[in-house]
Design a protein around this ligand. Structure first.
Ligand code: SF4
Ligand code: SF4
Length: 298
């Protein structure tokens, strides 16, 4: 089946301007990667311009990708390269902290590729990066989007102990579509278990994301939101899946922005999530700083 036709509301503005060029230069200097660039995220201009450098807490979000550009998994929606894993860069925690100071971010999102090849799946390196950022920038808010660590509780615990402000882990899609959407080592129950552990063992805010457009039914989306809420998830984002290349899964459907607004109301008003960012262009870290600060001050 071929992909559905892309509607007009998904046209993106190419990023431009001095702020964008400056941030990119800083990242290159420190040999760092962001999901924003690697995934060619449609929100790049909006997120990076935000309030970066203003200390306003209003935007200026960038998502740093830790532990290399190659992933040990192969999800069928994701454009990250699989295999040929690089050794960890021991200077990365310090480099990320340096770049944050130069760019002037007040909210930072860290994520990583999955590193099933490492004995601790990279949990220690991830935790060290959080600690280094918090040590150097005590006022900064840190959100982490973590792998499932194959559901190993002692590895999830390493992240909790590093004390970030938000821990996100994505269920990505409804239960029925976990495979073929995600790599076979991922799974719905495993991901819900990670989120539940964070809620049970800490006061850290938990967050998850669901992509729409893989052929899910409305009742399945509702069930996914309800399951996440039941496991203690505080924040949810919903966004449109976009096919990165012809080798990836087809888009089965594009939902109108009004539908996303309906899901936002269901999540916030009916299921009582702290907040829900929902829209065709929304990604896990979309305006993460701005929305989080607004929600906790509400
Ligand atoms: Fe992409 Fe994450 Fe899947 Fe790796 S585990 S292929 S980075 S979605
Ligand atoms: Fe980067 Fe996330 Fe914003 Fe996309 S939504 S530009 S990945 S911070």
């Amino acid at each position: 089946m071929s992909s559905a036709r892309k509607p007009d509301w998904l046209k993106m503005q190419p990023p431009s301007g001095r702020e964008f060029a400056g941030i990119r230069e800083t990242l290159r200097e420190h040999d760092l990667h962001t999901v924003c660039e690697e995934a060619n995220c449609p929100n790049l201009g909006e997120c990076w311009s935000g309030g970066a450098g203003t200390g306003s807490g209003e935007g200026g979000t960038a998502t740093f990708m830790l532990m290399g550009e190659k992933c040990s998994r192969a999800c069928n929606f994701c454009d990250v390269q699989t295999g040929g894993m690089d050794p960890l860069d021991p200077d990365e925690p310090e480099n990320v902290a340096d770049a944050i100071a130069e760019i002037g971010l007040d909210y930072v999102v860290l994520t990583s590729v999955d590193r099933d090849d490492l004995p601790d799946q990279g949990a220690g390196h991830f935790a060290e990066t959080i600690r280094e950022i918090k040590r150097r920038h005590p006022g900064i808010l840190v959100e982490v989007l973590i792998p499932d660590f194959r559901g190993e509780a002692h590895l999830v615990r390493k992240i909790i102990d590093a004390d970030p402000d938000v821990i996100a882990h994505n269920v990505e899609t409804v239960e029925r579509l976990q495979f073929p959407v995600r790599d076979r080592r991922a799974g719905y129950e495993q991901s819900l278990g990670v989120l539940e552990q964070i809620d049970r063992e800490s006061d850290i805010y938990t967050k998850t994301s669901v992509m729409l457009g893989h052929g899910e039914y409305d009742h399945e989306v509702y069930q996914t939101l309800a399951d996440c809420r039941e496991r203690g998830v505080d924040i949810v984002t919903l966004g449109q899946y976009l096919q990165p290349s012809r080798n990836h899964l087809d888009v089965k459907r594009y939902d109108h922005p009004d539908k996303y607004e309906t899901w936002r109301r269901v999540a916030e008003d009916e299921l009582d999530f702290l907040y829900c960012a929902s829209g065709p262009m929304v990604r896990s870290s979309y305006k993460a700083g701005e929305l989080f600060v607004d929600a906790i001050l509400r």
